[in-house]
Design a protein around this ligand. Sequence first.
Ligand SMILES: C[S@@+](CC[C@H](N)C(=O)[O-])C[C@H]1O[C@@H](n2cnc3c(N)ncnc32)[C@H](O)[C@@H]1O
Length: 268
Amino acid sequence: MKRFRLIGIGAGDPELLTLQALQALREVDVVFLLEKAGRGKDELTALRRQIMGGVRPDGDYRTCEVQSPPRPPVTDQAGGAGAAAYRVVVANWHARKRAMFSRLISEELADGQTGAMLLWGDPSLYDQTIPMIERVLSDLNEPVQLDVIPGISAVQLLTARHRIPLNRVGESIAIITGREAEEIDPTLVHNSVVMLDYSAAFQRFTGQAMDIYWGAYLGTEDELLVAGAVDQVVDDLLALRAEARLRKGWIMDTYLLRRRSAAEPAGD
Ligand SMILES: C[S@@+](CC[C@H](N)C(=O)[O-])C[C@H]1O[C@@H](n2cnc3c(N)ncnc32)[C@H](O)[C@@H]1O
């Protein structure tokens, strides 16, 4: 029987690999590397190669490199932005990716072999590879065992770097996209992590008695951290973000927006 592993590699620093991930990588016969164009994707692919080189210096495994189908811009595909149009675009893109995975697992992995993909951060967070592979495997005419190895996500790295818990006592935590942060009524946000933000949506949250804990390129040598009242740090943060984006050509940031409470309860 074939085995396919989705391995969380942590969000930036190879030292974030768990012992379980290390062991899983040691057992792999074929590593599938999805090459994606632009926006620092080449740097992320290079990091995956670096991880494999470190874990398997013998090179006793095969690397299968494939071009991942690029996600088309929403306007090109469905005539306008908005949630429904976005879902159509993503569904089409996922179908193309499923076809690619189906071919890879059928043709590039032999019976008895273990294949793996190295997924950024944790496979469960804003990553649809698990359901995509589940669906591909259920459509294949052969049994394939799927394993998922958790990883340290950008959210965990962010809170560790800022030395904060994700939530205060008894408080809920939401994880939202930049797209949602662009549209939501700011008064409804109390304690939310924002990911996949392409337009610095935090600037909508001034005048809200909110703090921000922001991190970019977490776990890498370019790591940037900013914390403070949104009202006070917003201008500097916008400038820092723009400068970093210009310098590197891409940015990957995550932040927590937290409404300040008059009497912050002590404890955990
Ligand atoms: C497609 S999601 C993948 C998240 C990943 N599965 C995880 O567990 O962190 C990509 C988003 O994660 C966040 N992200 C991932 N790595 C990051 C890093 N090293 N520094 C800051 N944000 C990061 C950013 O918000 C980025 O837009």
